[in-house]
Each structure stands twice: as structure tokens, then as C-alpha cells.
Design a protein around this ligand. Structure first.
Ligand SMILES: NC(=O)c1ccc[n+]([C@@H]2O[C@H](COP(=O)([O-])OP(=O)(O)OC[C@H]3O[C@@H](n4cnc5c(N)ncnc54)[C@H](OP(=O)(O)O)[C@@H]3O)[C@@H](O)[C@H]2O)c1
Length: 259
């Protein structure tokens, strides 16, 4: 069944990889969102061609927004741009997808590597949620009869990873040591869990989603999953979220991953 995400959506890091495919599938859905904001840190850079073509093809739907999630001024400016265009200043779905990974064995990892990855993968999503919270709250409040928590009403999806799981570490560590990345995403999971407690009262659903191991610049060519299959699964999971998924870590097929 096709995923049904019909409200307004903001995706960070949408010029390539999973973010680009999220925007593509949302545009091409039989029930597309009302508005798609495609965040991208360098809209005039060399890696934006595919996103620009997509936005050109779906002009009525997609707005490319300059957004560097490690830069507070950029986030504030993006919120002004998005807020100015949102119908009723209401944002239904924020997908915190932007992230970085760097070689991360113990030998390769020092303060600078830890801080750089933490800034993007953990601090960035926190700043994004704070800046867009007003719009998410408005969406939740305006939902009228639709009182159940859902991505149609108001939700934050933090894109996490299987290798953030502390319980799964013994079976995943040897394949991917990646100290900065693992630690930053485990912290993102705690952020997700804290926010789910905090924003329950507002009717905003918050959860973390693992896309699988995917063929992107980050995942590499040997990854088993195509971006198409991963994102089809992710959107199915996102569109069927309910209150029971509040504060969980799920994979792209909807399976629960232990913390
Ligand atoms: N691929 C996998 O196997 C895999 C597995 C588990 C989880 N994930 C997660 O899935 C998400 C997407 O990963 P991906 O594989 O698509 O990665 P990717 O191909 O490396 O793309 C990363 C995206 O994030 C953007 N980005 C990085 N730093 C940013 C910043 N400061 N501000 C705004 N955008 C920024 C990049 O923009 P630029 O082009 O400007 O650099 C790019 O659009 C990430 O959260 C990742 O951790 C991926």
C-alpha cells in the first residue's frame, strides 16, 4: 500500500542519498504532501543538481531551503523562510536526516572528530526541533478531529542507525567500529527518548528510524539496500506511526530495535 503523508514536510540533508530519495518519493506519491521543504546546506553547490531538477519538475510542491544544521543562524533563517510559506504556520512532519560519518577507529578518533560528528548528528537535530517546535505545535493543535498521534498530525523522525544500539554493539562492532558516529547516534536516541516524554503533552510524536544499510555515499556501494527500497520502507513506517511508536527506534521494515 502506498504511504500516505499528506501534510507539510521538512527533510534535512535532502540533496543526495536517502534525503534526496525521500523528497523524490514524497513528490511522486499518489497522495503527496501539501508542501515539501527540502533542506540543503549549499543550494548552489555542485551536489544539488538532482534536487534542483526534482524541485523544477514539482514546482508547486517542493521548496529548496538553504539549511546547514550545524549553524544556528542558518537554522533560524530557514525557519523564517519555511514559516513564511507554511499554510497556517503549521508543520506536520520534520525528518532530521542530515548526518555525517568519518573513519572512526579508536586510533583515528580524537576530540576534533568526536565534536564534529556530534555537532551534526546530535546537536543539529536538537537545534532543528527547537527552532521548528512552534510550527509542529501548531500542526498538532490544529488537527481538529484527528486527535491520535501520527505523522499526518505532527511528528519528528530522527534518522538513526542500527549501530547506535548499545544492546546490539557486541554483534555490530567489529564490522563498523566508527566511534564518533555510533556515540553521536546513541545520543540522538536519548534525545529522541527525552523529546518523546517532553512533547507527549503537545501531541507531537517523536521517534528514531534506521533506514537499513543503504547504497549512498555514506553506506557505500557494497550496501545491500537501494535508496528506493529503503525509502519506500521508511515512508511506509512513517505513515503508519501511532502513539505506540512514541520514543521508539524502528527499522525501515517497522521492526523494533533495542536501545
Ligand atoms: N547509508 C546508510 O547505510 C545509513 C545507515 C544507517 C543510517 N543512515 C542515516 O541515514 C541518513 C542519511 O544518510 P545517507 O546515507 O543518505 O548519507 P549521505 O549520502 O552521506 O548524505 C548525507 C546528507 O546529509 C547532508 N548533510 C551533512 N551535514 C549537513 C549539515 N551540516 N547541514 C545540512 N545537511 C548536511 C549532506 O549534505 P552535503 O551534500 O552538503 O554534504 C547530504 O545531503 C543519516 O542520518 C545517516 O546517519 C544511513
Amino acid at each position: 500500500m502506498a504511504a500516505k503523508i499528506t501534510g507539510s514536510v521538512l527533510v534535512t540533508g535532502s540533496n543526495r542519498g536517502i534525503g534526496l530519495e525521500l523528497v523524490r518519493q514524497l513528490c511522486e506519491s499518489t497522495c503527496p504532501p501539501s508542501q515539501i521543504f527540502a533542506g540543503c546546506r549549499d543550494p548552489n553547490g555542485p551536489r544539488v543538481k538532482a534536487l534542483k531538477e526534482l524541485a523544477q519538475k514539482h514546482q508547486h510542491l517542493v521548496t529548496i531551503v538553504e539549511l546547514d544544521t550545524t549553524n544556528q543562524a542558518s537554522i533560524t533563517e530557514a525557519a523564517k523562510v519555511v514559516g513564511g510559506q507554511l499554510k497556517d504556520r503549521s508543520l506536520n512532519l520534520l525528518i532530521n536526516n542530515a548526518a555525517v560519518n568519518i573513519p572512526g577507529s579508536l586510533t583515528e578518533t580524537g576530540e576534533q572528530q568526536m565534536m564534529q560528528v556530534f555537532q551534526t548528528n546530535t546537536v543539529g537535530p536538537l537545534l532543528m526541533i527547537k527552532e521548528f517546535l512552534l510550527f509542529l505545535r501548531t500542526a498538532a493543535a490544529q488537527s481538529g478531529a484527528q486527535r491520535e498521534m501520527s505523522s499526518q498530525r505532527s511528528a519528528v523522525v530522527n534518522v538513526s542507525t542500527l549501530i547506535s544500539s548499545i544492546e546490539k554493539c557486541p554483534e555490530t562492532f567489529l564490522h563498523a567500529p566508527m566511534y564518533p558516529y555510533r556515540v553521536s547516534k546513541a545520543a540522538l536516541n536519548m534525545l529522541t527518548r527525552c523529546l518523546s516524554e517532553d512533547l507527549k503533552k503537545d501531541g507531537i510524536l517523536v521517534m528514531a528510524l534506521h533506514p537499513g544499510w543503504v547504497q549512498t555515499d555514506m553506506g557505500g556501494p557494497e550496501a545491500p539496500l537501494s535508496t528506493e527500497d529503503s525509502v519506500t520502507g521508511m515512508l511506509n513506517v512513517i505513515s503508519s506511526l501511532t502513539e505506540t511508536h512514541m520514543g521508539t527506534l524502528l527499522d525501515w521494515e517497522g521492526n523494533r530495535i533495542p536501545w
